[in-house]
Design a protein around this ligand. Structure first.
Ligand code: SF4
Length: 468
């Protein structure tokens, strides 16, 4: 077997949310829910619980299984009937303790815990204003800006959240938990996913529906774009602050981030990826022997390609399950040093074969180049790379850790040049229009087209809070 070391060259998600309202054993169950969302962030995690009277919280750096053991869950979970949990991917080098969520706010007005997935594009401006008005910040995250906006607003908690939402621009799916009430909120475009489930007469909220399975919750629906869902003691209220019915969900949730067993806004992730693979095959005329998918996120697309082309879908690449998704570590030095993801090219499967290699996307091209190299080293005769999405040409400002065009190989090279760079026999992408047809018109596709659904305000470089 040819072993492949993969340094970071992929896309990084920034966070997952899981919450339970009025559910017995909410602390322990939220641990399991968070575990199912671990792929969305591996650097830190936390859970806040409430028994209707007191909010307790535990958080720390590391995986869910590193941060929580039975004793820790007992400390916060003994009588808990509400819980909010979070898994974190830190962006822009903001890997500091104070950024770990839930963010807790304790004041004479009451206590609340906040978890957030997304990115507030005007966070620096809002933070500057808040600081001018006397707010003091502990960390560098935009989530803390949200907490301050809520805290400073007047009125009921729902009114305070509404007032904060009116000031924020960008992507935010979030849950706010007071001692006895929970609020699930999705931004006016619904850029990041957030869904609602039911469990034993209570409610579950999650970034992805895959987390409902482990706690036996039933997926009811997605939180609507521009909705504040208030779950109280006996009441359930939906407050709409934007009139949009359909979301503009991030296309990369379907292509790469989410688990294949999740349904997002009524579309199953596996099925959408498979459809992309099928379309790739329909538009292809290359003669090959086998189809090989890059584990794990490209396996659905490779299955679709293989079914459509009537070629065998082979396990030509094997992932070492015990290393984890090391590429979501944020610092380049971490990624390049000891923490390397390993894939193995299986010589007895690929040797002497013309291989169709299906991958979900190309970001910087380094991972793809290594995989192609190792397939050839394992004896492949030809390696035809087929990408089940369109070329990524523009940065994302809505919660994905890709902030410059320089990082994106497709922004800087033609398809022919990329093919040469990665050493493939041939290279094809799924045309953007085909992708849009499969995923529907209601997607954010800014990283493919540069058409940003929310304008990006000018950055405030003199307030780079991570370097203060
Ligand atoms: S720019 Fe791309 S990665 Fe960012 S939200 Fe839009 S589709 Fe998703």
């Amino acid at each position: 077997m040819e072993e492949i070391e993969l340094c970071d060259s992929s896309l990084n998600e920034e966070c997952g949310i899981f919450a339970l309202h009025k559910v017995e054993d909410a602390g322990v169950l939220s641990y399991y829910g968070l575990h199912s969302l671990q792929h969305r962030g591996q650097e830190a995690c936390g859970i806040a619980t409430s028994d209707d009277k007191l909010i307790l919280t535990r958080k720390g750096k590391g995986l869910v299984t590193d941060v929580f053991d039975k004793a820790k869950l007992d400390e916060i979970g003994a009588n808990a009937i509400h819980a909010v949990g979070h898994v974190l991917y830190c962006k822009h080098g903001s890997n500091i303790q104070e950024n770990i969520q839930p963010i807790m706010v304790r004041s004479h007005q009451g206590t609340f815990a906040l978890v957030h997935n997304g990115e507030i594009v005007n966070a620096n401006h809002l933070r500057y204003e808040l600081e001018q008005e006397g707010s003091i910040f502990q960390g560098t995250s935009d989530t803390e800006v949200i907490a301050h906006l809520i805290q400073r607003a007047r009125g009921s908690m729902a009114e305070k959240i509404l007032a904060a939402c009116e000031k924020m621009q960008g992507a935010y799916s979030m849950v706010i938990m007071t001692k006895n009430t929970m609020y699930a909120v999705r931004d006016p475009l619904g850029l990041r996913p957030l869904c609602l489930g039911s469990l034993n007469g209570g409610y579950a909220v999650s970034s992805e529906s895959c987390a409902f399975t482990i706690v036996n919750a039933e997926h009811i629906r997605d939180i609507k774009p521009g909705e504040i869902l208030k779950m109280g003691k006996d009441r359930f209220d939906s407050i709409m602050f934007a009139s949009r019915e359909l979301p503009t969900i991030c296309a990369m949730e379907y292509i790469y981030f989410s688990r294949p067993d999740s349904d997002i806004d009524n579309i199953n992730v596996h099925i959408s990826r498979k459809a992309c693979g099928r379309e790739l095959a329909r538009q292809d005329d290359v003669k090959a022997d086998i189809v090989v998918g890059v584990p794990d996120s490209s396996l659905s697309a490779s299955q679709g390609y293989a079914e459509e082309s009537c070629l065998p879908n082979e396990m030509g690449l094997i992932k070492n399950r015990y290393i984890g998704r090391t590429f979501i570590w944020p610092r380049q030095s971490d990624r390049e040093r000891g923490v390397k993801m390993k894939l193995s090219a299986v010589r007895s499967i690929v040797a002497g074969k013309k291989v169709i290699l299906v991958d979900d996307s190309i970001v910087r091209g380094t991972t793809c180049r290594r995989i192609v190299n190792h397939l050839f080293a394992a004896g492949a005769l030809e390696v035809h790379v087929r990408i089940a999405s369109a070329p990524l040409k523009y940065p994302c400002f809505y919660g994905i850790d890709l902030h410059t065009r320089e990082e994106l190989i497709s922004a800087n090279m033609s398809v022919e040049e990329i093919c040469q760079h990665i050493g493939a026999t041939s290279l094809k992408f799924l045309p953007f229009e085909t992708l849009r047809k499969i995923l529907g018109a209601n997607i954010c596709s800014a990283c493919f087209t540069g058409d940003y659904p929310i304008p990006i305000p000018e950055r405030m470089p003199f307030y780079d809070y991570n370097n203060c």
